[in-house]
Design a protein around this ligand. Structure first.
Ligand SMILES: C[S@@+](CC[C@H](N)C(=O)[O-])C[C@H]1O[C@@H](n2cnc3c(N)ncnc32)[C@H](O)[C@@H]1O
Length: 292
């Protein structure tokens, strides 16, 4: 088992090296999300990543706050915020107040700039470790974790920490990969390893473990859903991108012009689809509620 400090260092190195690649792939002039897209009922010409955020906001019970006074609108912690995609959308479209935290200074800086350009006025971004966050207990109405929870080295503890930060009645939203069937042979085991290591993910937990972590933290499960089918088209698009990029990244890495993290990212974009199709993992959404 890799030490928590080593996981944190790997995650930081990974995003320091690859955030620019995400921005190119995701066309950041269009949006700032670093996660899978969601295709169910996607309007023609719609943006699949933004569509996922809209869907999850519905699960979290976040609607348009309309003319609510700023300090009456929901306070959302975006735990593992990337370059601010969700936090900016929730602030701009629904009027939420959002605080985004990331391990990477350059991501926080970009998120502030994107928020400024997008006129998302009720957003704040900081570098902070979500295993030991610098917030008071019972601070947030919603805690939002889109594809960041999988980086946690101690998932049970993470859920307890998040439960502590929620106000009574608050909600914890998680959208991420979850372990499903174990690899059936050496080739599947290799594919699964490349998928996780390439994206700096120490391990995935199962749906059953997720429920258990919520219950152990005193949270009620409001909702869970397997969204694998809905993210598959986007997973395939990322896979094709990987096909193009692996030889290029491999060559640059061999010549010393690129990093292990960038090559790992290209390999993971390829293997995430192979392993999703083989049902070694699935994509799920959970919503927990803190009683009170
Ligand atoms: C795949 S990105 C997702 C970003 C964002 N949620 C989105 O959907 O666009 C994962 C994010 O989790 C953050 N992260 C991972 N481990 C973290 C930790 N221990 N503390 C804070 N943020 C963390 C990374 O810095 C990165 O911003």
């Amino acid at each position: 088992m890799v030490e928590a400090a080593e996981v944190k260092a790997q995650v930081r190195r990974y995003y320091q090296a690859t955030t620019e690649d995400y921005l190119k792939y995701y066309q950041t002039d269009w949006h700032h999300h670093m996660h899978f897209g969601f295709d169910r009922d996607l309007p023609k010409g719609g943006n699949p990543t933004e569509h996922l955020v809209r869907y999850l906001a519905g699960l979290a019970g976040l609607g348009d706050t309309g003319k609510a006074l700023p300090d009456e609108s929901p306070l959302v912690l975006d735990a593992g915020c990337g370059v601010g995609g969700s936090a900016i959308w929730l602030s701009r479209e629904l009027g939420c107040r959002t605080v985004g935290i990331t391990l990477v200074e350059s991501q926080a800086r970009m998120a502030r700039e994107f928020a400024r350009r997008g006129q998302a006025l009720r957003t704040r971004f900081a570098v902070n470790d979500f295993q030991t966050p610098a917030f008071k207990e019972k601070s947030f109405d919603v805690i939002w974790a889109v594809e960041s929870f999988d980086h946690s080295p101690d998932k049970a503890q993470w859920v307890k920490v998040m439960a502590g930060l929620l106000k009574p009645g608050g909600r914890l939203i998680i959208a991420d990969g979850f372990a499903a069937s174990p690899p059936r042979d050496a080739s599947q085991a290799k594919a699964y390893r490349h998928f996780l290591e390439g994206w700096a993910v120490p391990h995935l937990c199962t749906f059953a473990q997720m429920r258990e972590y919520g219950a152990d933290a005193g949270l009620e499960l409001s909702y869970e859903e397997d969204l694998s089918f809905d993210v598959l088209p986007h997973s395939l698009a990322i896979f094709r991108f990987g096909l193009l990029f692996i030889p290029w990244r491999w060559l640059k890495r061999s010549l010393g012009f690129s990093s292990t993290e960038k090559l790992g990212n290209a390999l993971a974009t390829f293997y995430q689809y192979k392993t999703l199709k083989a049902q070694l993992w699935r994509y799920g959404a959970f919503c927990f509620r803190k009683p009170g």
